[in-house]
Design a binder for this molecule. Sequence first.
Ligand code: NAG
Ligand code: NAG
Length: 267
Amino acid sequence: MKALVCILLLLETFVFVVQQQVDGGLNENEISQQISSEDGRQNPPQTDTLRAEASTDRQQYCDLGIPDIHAALRELTATVTEQKGHIRELTATVTEQKGNIRELRVEMNKKNEEISNLTLGQEELRKENRDREIAFSASMMESGKGYIGPFTTNITLTYKNVFTNIGNAYNPITGVFTAPLKGAYMFRVSVFDLGGSTSTAYIVKNGELVVMANDVQAQDRLSSSNGVVLILEVGDVVYVRLWSNTRIYDNENNLNTFSGFLLFPLR
Ligand SMILES: *[C@@H]1O[C@H](CO)[C@@H](O)[C@H](O)[C@H]1NC(C)=O
Ligand SMILES: *[C@@H]1O[C@H](CO)[C@@H](O)[C@H](O)[C@H]1NC(C)=O
């Protein structure tokens, strides 16, 4: 029973010392000294008379043959000091890692923004490219064969047999191409007739004659073609007119065609 109480008292001393060590940051030697002082083999500390009294009590009470306890206490103290050092190192490491994580987060957010910017850019480019896809090509007759003309006035030709109409800028009902965006466009027209006649068709931009395909043959076949690159503004119109008192002939071989496409857009 006495031994148990004594151990408890010593433990109290130890806890007090460790507490002081944790609070005040004493080094190992100081702690050892303090324990020695506390166990009464040296003078008790001058500053704490109560503790000195308690220590004296303990000294009298614990005059035991348990020398290992003091050694064990010193060892424990050393271990606590060592662990405190480890904790300090760990705290430093955790703080450093926290900083690293913060930096990585910032970096990651930036990268994510870059990726989303790239995706947006690609979508815009794709949309822009879709807008630039403008090409059409058509011949006179969807079926059958025959003459168109002669008429007493110039008439707009409606090329009804559509091969291609990407972007739907060509209207096969009116025969008119309307520029959906500003750019350089290429147009081409060709005429054909069985002969003994004149075939004259011309490309018109906004009501003005631009280029003409024209041929006169007293006999045999006739054919002529012409082409032009035009700078068009949005909404400009291009179509083909057949000159008055001339005619063309078409059949399933698609002898008369009107084609156009965007070469490149302009700002
Ligand atoms: C993403 O685009 C926005 C808007 O154009 C710009 O302000 C920002 O700097 C871009 N971010 C990156 C990381 O390129
Ligand atoms: C046909 O168009 C041309 C060119 O615009 C014009 O000179 C000619 O007078 C027109 N012919 C008729 C019959 O309108």
